[in-house]
Design a protein around this ligand. Structure first.
Ligand SMILES: Nc1ncnc2c1ncn2[C@@H]1O[C@H](COP(=O)(O)OP(=O)(O)OP(=O)(O)O)[C@@H](O)[C@H]1O
Ligand SMILES: [Mg+2]
Length: 337
């Protein structure tokens, strides 16, 4: 089964062509980082306008790279939500138009389910088992889900305030490092000492599976205020200490959830999993306890359409379809509980 997927939920215009849910024939991502970085975050109206400008060339490029025509597709998947509604609308409208004109089955996909499916696209090794624990750490979400099988999710814990990616972005902004914060903090932290500054590890109880990152962000802000101007070395120490605090919390909660809910496999995904230090820490903690860890390739941690195609293939294969009344949804929970 060959599926074209379109993703436009935030500030990446993306299209991909996937064969049989695993083989990536094309994966095109047009980032809008340069557009939004002067504002220190995503400006929704600008995002919609740039999606409009980019979406047709991006889809065309994906088809060209995959060396396939629309007539050779078996279906179209598109991100339905959650995300910026004006941004989502651009992808959904094009997906509906292509499905209508070319008589192709259409499926709307939850963006978070897409992130979870990115771990199925690893080049080496077997895919994750059907039943696993999923840690999703992105710009808008930080959550633990119990996955009984594809499509059956149970929310085990979520952030009570900021998402971890949002905390990376806000800390970078208050240090004047630029946007998006994750990659810049990771780079700055490389020369720093992660034990240099004592920062809180919020909600430390091992049986509490919720997260909280706003207190950590405030602790960083208080430190900066108390210190005044930071030298390059002090900035590196602060970034390393902050990254370590986020990493410690993610690792502790994930391992606790696996133990409490009796999972022996973990999928860890979302933009923050592009962070090598966090990947290494999770890998080491899982390895010590005999838990199997599955993470997407680095390029598939942040937003892309290949992950939407992976989820779309599974749903289309199961016979699911959406009609042309498919509408984007700014809020679209993965599960209710
Ligand atoms: N190397 C990194 N280290 C830490 N964080 C990172 C890294 N690379 C990206 N991020 C963070 O990941 C986030 C973007 O991830 P992603 O694209 O999955 O989020 P999103 O799509 O904006 O949010 P959501 O998926 O929740 O709707 C940003 O907050 C960014 O700072
Ligand atoms: Mg995302």
């Amino acid at each position: 089964m060959r599926v074209l997927a379109i993703e436009s939920s935030c500030d990446e215009t993306a299209a991909a062509v996937l064969d049989d849910g695993v083989t990536i024939r094309a994966n095109v991502v047009a980032s809008q980082i340069a557009v939004h970085s002067p504002y220190g975050g995503v400006v929704p109206e600008l995002a919609s306008r740039h999606h409009l400008r980019n979406i047709v060339p991006v889809v065309q490029q994906a088809l060209d790279e995959a060396r396939c025509s629309l007539a050779q597709l078996d279906g179209i998947a598109v991100t339905q939500g959650p995300g910026l509604v004006g941004a989502l609308l651009v992808g959904v409208q094009l997906a509906k138009a292509l499905a209508y004109v070319h008589h192709l089955p259409l499926i709307g996909i939850n963006h978070l389910e897409g992130h979870l499916c990115a771990a199925r696209l690893t080049a080496a090794g077997p895919p994750p088992p059907e039943r696993h624990l999923a840690l999703l750490v992105s710009g808008g979400h930080t959550a633990l889900f119990g996955v009984e099988r594809f499509g059956v999710y149970r929310l085990l814990g979520t952030t009570r305030d900021d998402a971890a990616g949002e905390a990376f972005d806000k800390v970078a902004k208050l240090l004047g490092l630029g946007y998006p914060g994750g990659p810049i903090i990771e780079r700055t932290a490389m020369t720093g000492d992660a034990r240099a500054i004592r920062l809180p590890r919020p909600l430390p109880r091992r049986d509490a599976l919720d997260f909280s990152f706003s207190g950590l962000k405030t602790a960083v802000a208080n430190h900066v205020r108390a210190q005044g101007t930071l030298s390059l070395e002090q900035r590196a120490d602060l970034c390393a200490s902050f990254q370590q605090a986020v990493s410690d919390v993610l690792v502790r909660k994930t391992i606790a959830a696996a133990r409490l809910q009796r999972f022996d496999a973990i999928v860890a995904c979302g933009g923050v999993l592009a962070n090598q230090a966090i990947r290494r820490a999770l890998d080491a903690a899982a390895g010590e306890r005999g838990l199997a860890l599955f993470t997407p390739p680095l390029a598939l941690c942040t937003d892309n359409a290949a992950m939407i195609a992976a989820a779309g293939t599974l749903r289309l294969r199961a016979g699911e379809r959406h009609g042309l009344d498919l509408n984007p949804q700014a809020r679209l929970p993965l599960c209710r509980t």
